[in-house]
Design a protein around this ligand. Structure first.
Ligand code: GLN
Length: 544
């Protein structure tokens, strides 16, 4: 299509309905019909980006290839659709205000009074259209965070209202609401949905499509009732029931004709149109194959996540990457969170008992790091497959320095900046390549793999790869020769600045640490090779 069409996804009644999954599913279905899409997230909070948000409040911070710290929903977008998001795909109220205030300071507004309408709303509109200004997309899907009625989201609603008015038939609003089931009354209740739609209408936005989240199946009569009370066509009301896996959502939406409704509303050709009940939309063949493998995977593989945030979402991408890799191996990953603050050399055997493999998770700050070191020590001695990611890799390196190289005071400068044996340190070399303001290495960097190493084999014998980073400290090159003599090899190097990106102990079954975060680039249809290789090693242990 020549013209870009815009889809706005809003949410009502309560938060946590899964707007991110719905947005990602819509993207997937439109791709399956041969369209080029992108998905972006607008977060109404004042933080400039989610980078500084506590994972307890907002879950994982996801990093784009171009180095933006974003909301974890971008992880869903990438995992579902295989698109690569950029800094333009994540916008917060804080960033909008910052841009407007910067313009005001520069004098761009020529002395005008700066107001929410039109200045903030104009900046939101510019951001909504920004992706399509850089690259052609058939559809731009914009997910608006928060719930209708929040004070914070009002400027976003006004921006959407204006855009819909300006764009006419080229924009639709999809509103996700909740239909609760009251056990005492034995009834589903549609009133909250009606109120939510009324609220949206009071802001000048008539929803085109309603998606009703529900824990149990809704009868057609309920969908028809909602359609008539909310002024929406009956074919444009669909339900999103709880499903065993989030990856079933796209096909569940497709069976109800959501993609057809969107295309019809936007006047876009029904490419690859499927007949009623026909599931053979060409673009979904691999997706169905994956769902089949997922349903067939019954036997479990137990993997321990050693980290400090006892919250599912804090290690979202790692969890998904492990589950996806296991499915392709015919297994169900049973993930056990093991709090590193509770691990001591005395109880580590008991804490890690029964795990076929261990992931030592990323993180910041001192809390729980000695537990991670104790875990790395135990798994190295007992040859349990171990995957250290970012801080996890750093702890594997410290453990090795303390217990193999004999530097009992070895540490990271993040924890102790006085010891002469900071095997993890701030490196001058990093400064030469850090493109961003600030001191973190963020986003994708090249990495050369050592030919013959286990990682080189895992990556399909590729010699150059690119992976995403988010850290301040680095392997201290001054110790590289000693580590290699001691048996820990540096098998991935950033060629520009000679920074160590991957360490491996080849004597062990699978003992690998990466300074980068492979979990950010593992997708449903392209699970990451290192997670695949790690899970395979875990399974070999189970079979023995
Ligand atoms: N805190 C460590 C650093 O800044 C590791 C960061 C991480 O695990 N993402 O280098």
């Amino acid at each position: 299509m020549d013209k870009t069409k815009y889809i706005f996804v809003t949410g009502g009644v309560v938060s946590s309905l899964g707007k991110g999954i719905i947005s990602a599913s819509i993207g997937k279905l439109l791709q399956a019909r041969g369209y080029k899409i992108t998905i972006q997230k607008f977060d109404p909070y004042i933080n400039i980006d989610p980078g500084t948000l506590n994972p307890y409040e907002h879950g994982e911070c996801y990093v784009t290839a171009d180095g933006m710290e974003t909301d974890l929903d971008l992880g869903h977008y990438e995992r579902f659709t295989d698109i690569q998001t950029t800094r333009h795909n994540s916008v917060t109220t804080g960033r909008i205000y910052q841009a407007v205030i910067d313009k005001e300071r520069r004098g761009d507004y020529l002395g005008k009074t700066i107001q929410v309408v039109p200045h903030i709303t104009d900046e939101i509109k510019r951001r909504i259209k920004e992706n399509a200004a850089h690259e052609h997309f058939d559809f731009v899907i914009s997910e608006i965070g928060g719930t209708i009625g929040d004070i914070e989201s009002a400027p976003f609603m006004e921006a959407i209202r204006q855009l819909r008015w300006e764009m006419g038939g080229d924009a639709v609003n999809i509103h996700l609401t909740y239909v609760p089931y009251l056990h005492a009354a034995g009834e589903f209740k549609t009133k909250p949905t009606q109120h939510s739609v009324k609220e949206l209408q009071s802001m000048g936005i008539q929803p085109d499509i309603l998606i009703l989240r529900t824990e149990h199946h809704l009868e057609d009569s309920i969908l028809r009732k909602v359609a008539s009370f909310c002024n929406v066509e009956p074919e444009c009301v669909v339900q999103s029931e709880d499903l065993p896996s989030i990856y079933e959502v796209p096909v569940n939406m497709q069976h109800q004709g959501l993609d057809i409704a969107i295309l019809r509303k936007l006047g876009a050709p029904l490419q690859f149109a499927s007949r009623d009940g026909d599931m053979s939309v060409p673009g979904l063949v691999s997706w169905y194959h994956f769902l089949h493998l997922q349903q067939e995977a019954k036997d479990e593989v137990a993997i321990g996540l050693v980290g400090k945030y006892d919250l599912q979402d804090a290690y979202k991408s790692i969890r998904e990457s492990l589950c996806l890799a296991a499915i392709y191996d015919g297994r169900k990953a049973r993930l056990h969170f093991i709090n590193s603050e509770d691990i001591t050399p005395g109880n580590v055997a008991e804490k890690l008992d029964g795990m076929a493999g261990i992931v030592i998770c990323p993180g910041f700050g001192q809390r729980g790091i000695e537990g991670k070191i104790a875990a790395a020590h135990y798994t190295r001695l007992h040859d349990i497959p171990t995957f250290g990611i970012c801080l996890g890799m750093q702890m594997m390196v410290i453990e090795f320095a303390r217990n193999v190289l004999g530097y009992t005071d070895a540490n990271s400068a993040e924890m102790d900046d006085r010891t002469p044996h900071n095997v993890i340190d701030l490196m001058e070399e990093q400064k030469s390549i850090t493109q961003m303001v600030g001191t973190m290495r963020l986003g994708a960097y090249d990495c050369e793999l050592k030919v013959g190493s286990r990682v080189w084999k895992a990556y399909g014998e590729k010699s150059l790869i690119s992976e995403r980073h988010r850290h301040r400290y680095e392997f201290n090159n001054g110790f590289q020769a000693e580590f290699e003599q001691g048996g820990m090899q540096c098998v991935g190097i950033h060629p520009g600045a000679n920074l160590v990106e991957i360490v491996e102990v080849p004597d062990k079954r699978w003992y690998i640490g990466t300074q980068f975060h492979p979990e950010y680039s593992s997708t449903v249809l392209n699970p990451h090779p290192l997670f695949m290789s790690f899970v395979k090693a875990c399974l070999e242990g189970v079979k023995n």
